[in-house]
Each structure stands twice: as structure tokens, then as C-alpha cells.
Design a protein around this ligand. Structure first.
Ligand SMILES: Nc1ncnc2c1ncn2[C@@H]1O[C@H](COP(=O)(O)OP(=O)(O)OP(=O)(O)O)[C@@H](O)[C@H]1O
Ligand SMILES: [Mg+2]
Length: 262
């Protein structure tokens, strides 16, 4: 099966500092992939490359067989309509109601008639159990409701590919679990290809089929949650909280099984 997302050897520097140092990843259609790693190791930057929001200095990003670097702005925009993105922090528009937040991509990208907008927005709000809250302003809802509204805004265009950057940050553990369960239900019901950056370890492993560990801008591990749990790599075990290991950067090799030679 051809991958939906295929990244080959991408490199990215910011102001002379290497952030992505030769990353290659593939995600098959309909699969959900968790991207994990310590803070500052390049997860959000990688996610933005997958979504066509950043361009690599070198290397290739193919989405559904299309090379993002060679697409015209017009074609890139068309392709990106098939993507949904839930940003780190959730980021609703403060000055708009929940309804208008969710309606925004429909009005902006599709120019639908208002009665069609209403049908689609209410359906998306129902998927995240927010029907009844559509008239509220973001400041009037809880953090968890805000995250659910951000999820509804990403779902409303019925994307084939969904990117989540820490969709549960700042929530209490029970609400965070509820959001992960909700994302998982949506994945099963809608069948999108997904990539989720998350620090919800080990919970996030229950909703994905693939886990990628990023360390210092390189792939340290790429495999199934089962392979991850069985890994003896000290960086992987450190992320799982399984061992007392030195901080990232000081850990040596010792990779076994599916770990890549980073
Ligand atoms: N637009 C940018 N300009 C300059 N440096 C950037 C930019 N975006 C990211 N960086 C740098 O790239 C590195 C990786 O950042 P990134 O946001 O990908 O980390 P992360 O793994 O998502 O961390 P966290 O778990 O804290 O969100 C950081 O050192 C960050 O400062
Ligand atoms: Mg990040």
C-alpha cells in the first residue's frame, strides 16, 4: 500500500541551528501515528512540514503521492483543504462564538450557503458533544470544551488527514483522557490518516498503530506500540518512564529491534 504521508531525509535549520537532521517517516492511509519526544526536539516543526506549513531545506515531503515542494500555491492550498490541524494550545478565535469558530473554515474555504454551514457545524459539534454550546464565546467555556471546539473546527471540512499538536495540554488527566478517547472515536468513525504529537504517555499508545520517537531532530524509533513497549533503547525507555536514564542528549546507543541507527 502506498503511504499517505512519505517524508524522505528532510533537514531544517533555524538561524544556523539544526532542528530536523535527516528525518524519514511513512504513514499508511487510515493509520494513526503518535509523534513523541522531549520538549524542543522538533516535533511541532516536523508536524508543520507534514502539513505543508514549513518547507524543508532539503529532502522531500510527499502527501498522497504529491510532492509539496513542487506544487503551485494554488495546488498546495487545494491539497491543504484535505488536511485538518489542531494546534498546540487549541487557539480558537476569541472574538467569535464557538459556532463561528467551527464555521470559519467552511465559510473561508468552501463558501457554502449559510443553511449548509449550519448543518455541517452542528454535525461537527455533535461529534464532540458540544451541541448546546454553539452560542458561547471561547472565554465562557472550559479548557476541555475549547479543545473539543478546536477538534470540531478541524473535523468540519471532513479532512482525509488530521494533524494534532498536543491536543490535551493543560487539561486535567480525566479530561485529557476523554479528549484522546474522542479523537480515537473520530478516527475510527471517519477513517482519516492522523499524526498526533502528545506527551500523554502511555495513554496515547492506546489510540495509535504507529509510534515515532524524535530525538534531536532524528528518528530514534519507528514501530508499533507493542514494539515500543518491548524496546530496550534507553531513550525510548526513558520516555516511557520505565528506567532511570540520563537526560536526552547524554544517552548513548544501545538500540535494538526496530530502532533506527540515529
Ligand atoms: N519558526 C522558528 N524559528 C526559529 N526557531 C524555531 C522555530 N520553530 C521552532 N524553532 C526551534 O526549533 C526547535 C524545535 O521546536 P519544536 O517546536 O519543534 O519543539 P517540540 O518538540 O514541539 O517541543 P514541545 O514538546 O515543547 O512542543 C526549538 O529549539 C525551537 O526553538
Ligand atoms: Mg511542540
Amino acid at each position: 500500500m502506498d503511504p499517505m504521508i512519505c517524508v524522505t531525509d528532510i533537514h531544517k535549520e533555524f538561524e544556523g541551528v539544526t532542528v530536523l537532521d535527516g528525518v524519514s517517516v511513512r504513514v499508511l492511509p487510515g493509520q494513526f501515528c503518535a509523534l513523541i519526544g522531549r520538549s524542543g526536539h522538533g516535533k511541532s516543526v516536523l508536524l508543520r512540514h507534514l502539513a505543508g506549513m514549513l518547507r524543508p531545506d532539503r529532502g522531500q515531503v510527499l502527501v498522497d503521492g504529491q510532492d509539496l515542494a513542487t506544487l503551485s500555491m494554488y495546488d498546495l492550498r487545494r491539497l491543504r483543504r484535505r488536511f485538518g490541524f489542531v494546534f498546540q494550545g487549541g487557539a480558537l478565535f476569541d472574538s467569535m462564538t464557538i459556532f463561528d469558530n467551527v464555521a470559519f473554515p467552511l465559510r473561508e474555504c468552501l463558501g457554502l450557503a449559510e443553511d449548509e454551514v449550519r448543518v455541517r457545524v452542528m454535525r461537527a459539534l455533535e461529534q464532540v458533544s458540544l451541541n448546546g454550546s454553539e452560542a458561547k464565546m471561547p472565554a465562557q467555556v472550559s479548557g476541555g470544551m475549547g479543545k473539543r471546539a478546536a477538534l470540531a473546527r478541524a473535523l468540519v471540512l471532513e479532512p482525509q488527514i488530521l494533524f494534532f499538536d498536543e491536543p490535551t495540554t493543560g487539561l486535567d488527566p480525566i479530561t485529557a483522557q476523554a479528549i484522546l478517547d474522542l479523537i480515537s472515536r473520530c478516527h475510527r468513525a471517519l477513517g482519516f490518516t492522523g499524526v498526533i504529537v502528545s506527551h500523554q504517555i502511555p495513554r496515547v499508545f492506546e489510540i495509535v498503530q504507529q509510534v515515532v520517537v524524535l530525538q534531536h531532530g532524528r528518528i530514534r524509533f519507528d514501530g508499533t506500540p507493542e514494539q515500543l513497549r518491548a524496546s530496550n533503547d534507553e531513550v525510548v525507555r526513558g520516555l516511557l518512564g520505565a528506567d532511570d536514564v540520563p537526560p536526552a542528549g547524554e544517552a548513548g546507543g544501545g538500540a535494538t529491534g526496530k530502532e533506527s541507527a540515529a
